[in-house]
Design a binder for this molecule. Structure first.
Ligand SMILES: CC(C)(COP(=O)(O)OP(=O)(O)OC[C@H]1O[C@@H](n2cnc3c(N)ncnc32)[C@H](O)[C@@H]1OP(=O)(O)O)[C@@H](O)C(=O)NCCC(=O)NCCS
Length: 155
């Protein structure tokens, strides 16, 4: 898993993986070999000042290079979406959009913030996509969206 992600992203995933305390992994196999992966951790995203949403926050979407373009990541993401149906919403920070747009993820258009002890910290360089789930409350994609501070990658 670690090796697959480190190779796909071309950096050592070990320190980042250590910050994911409650990760649940979805694994994609081909002929018994691990070829694709995604995980989610729980975060609390908040739209405006509404109640924080229990969020399945997706990380480390990766397919081994030789197996790309064959639908493995799409299949892993579809399996992931059905496994998180009891969350309020799903979110991720995309490196590319096409894969997720095709799977009904939407780009958040409003400003992004990280909640810290010193108040909300603007993160203008961040990008977030969300996936509506059966329990997702009505969302205004142009509204401010915040997440709690965490170590490692903020979004
Ligand atoms: C992004 C990544 C996970 C995609 O994995 P993948 O298994 O190739 O994904 P899929 O095959 O499901 O979809 C990839 C493309 O192949 C196409 N595809 C899917 N099934 C296909 C098939 N049977 N035949 C041909 N093409 C197919 C999809 O339309 C998609 O097109 P796109 O490039 O326009 O989005 C992979 O390229 C990767 O690991 N990249 C490095 C890490 C990274 O950037 N991760 C994403 C962070 S957001």
């Amino acid at each position: 898993m670690l090796q697959l992600c480190s190779r796909a992203y071309d950096f050592d995933f070990e320190p980042l993986f250590r910050t994911f305390h409650d990760a649940t992994h979805i694994l994609g196999y081909c002929d018994g070999m691990l070829v694709s992966h995604a995980l989610w951790v729980t975060r609390w995203l908040q739209c405006n000042d509404r109640s924080p949403m229990r969020t399945a926050y997706v990380e480390a979407v990766a397919t081994a290079e030789a197996y790309r373009g064959r639908g493995f990541a799409s299949a892993v993401m579809e399996e992931l979406a059905s496994a998180i149906a009891d969350f309020d919403v799903a979110a991720l920070s995309p490196a590319r959009y096409g894969l997720y747009l095709r799977l009904s993820w939407q780009l958040w258009r409003g400003p992004l913030f990280i909640r810290t002890d010193d108040g909300p910290r603007s993160t203008p360089d961040g990008e977030v996509m969300v996936l509506r789930l059966p329990q997702t409350p009505s969302l205004e994609l142009d509204a401010p969206l915040s997440a709690e501070w965490r170590e490692g990658e903020l979004w």
